[in-house]
Ligand binder design. Sequence first.
Ligand code: FAD
Length: 292
Amino acid sequence: MISAAFDYIAPQSLDEAVRALAAHGEEAKLLAGGHSLLPLLKLRLANPKLLIDLTRIPGLGKISQEDDKIVVGALTTHYQIESSELLKAKCPLLPQTARTIGDVQVRNRGTIGGSLAHADPSADWPAAMLALGGELKLRGTKGERRIAAEEFFLGAMTTAIDATEILTEIYVPVSSRRCGSAYLKMAQQASGFAIVGVAVWLRLAQNGRCEEIGIGVTGLSDKPFRARTVEGQLRGNKLGPKLIEESASKVAEGSDPLEDLHASAKFRAHLAQVYTARAIQEAAKRASGRAR
Ligand SMILES: Cc1cc2nc3c(=O)[nH]c(=O)nc-3n(C[C@H](O)[C@H](O)[C@H](O)COP(=O)(O)OP(=O)(O)OC[C@H]3O[C@@H](n4cnc5c(N)ncnc54)[C@H](O)[C@@H]3O)c2cc1C
């Protein structure tokens, strides 16, 4: 199908984009990589009067380090993240996640900001952002605000972004010595989207016990979430196989697993347990490797 007619602008600055968005509100849509928006336009599930193309705004596709934080611009593509030497050294969970997304064409065009703002319940980035305890920076006419990833995702395709705000950057902590991470998922064969995906980031103490841990789960229910019960059982303890298995068995507790043509609710819950246990093991192994 062909989309309904719309006007198109390509602002050259963030201020210009914010003003245009404020002037048109719900009648406007931001365009990043277009990988989710264009199908919606063609199916006429979205009929904006105006498309505001963010891709000409300088500086939104940058990856940098600010003290103990890594800053990733919203327009950064999955491929840029996958191939960033800075991220491989300072926040490997992001490249580990990026390389599982779709195929090379999708990774070359899709953006981290577009994916987070779109909030598909099967998207990969939410799991990594939750595990890292990341923050998202939003810019509107009233200025900027930062919001924790855990407060950002409200439900399927629903986030805390106001209709007049633009996601500009994400902030994640620098991973240093004794930190390890892993992202594991079962992918839908056609698209690569996660049937279930689990991201783990952890830091071991000098005595080998788990000092800090974040576990983000996507695909299991209509909203990505942080597996706080599992994290609580592991924090402060040695990560032996028995404890990992026992705690991972609680990952689906309190969630409402999705059921669709790809997987039953029971299978999804089972996958979540298996991937949680494996991702913790892999992250712990990498963390002990980094201690040397
Ligand atoms: C064939 C295919 C396979 C895919 N496989 C996977 C996969 O395996 N895993 C996965 O996670 N994803 C997958 N995706 C999704 C893809 O990787 C993109 O991340 C996703 O489509 C959105 O990013 P985009 O940059 O294209 O955003 P767009 O489509 O341009 O925008 C998406 C939505 O976000 C809004 N938006 C965009 N940028 C901003 C911003 N900065 N601030 C506020 N709102 C904004 C737009 O208005 C729109 O509503 C796949 C997509 C396709 C087409």
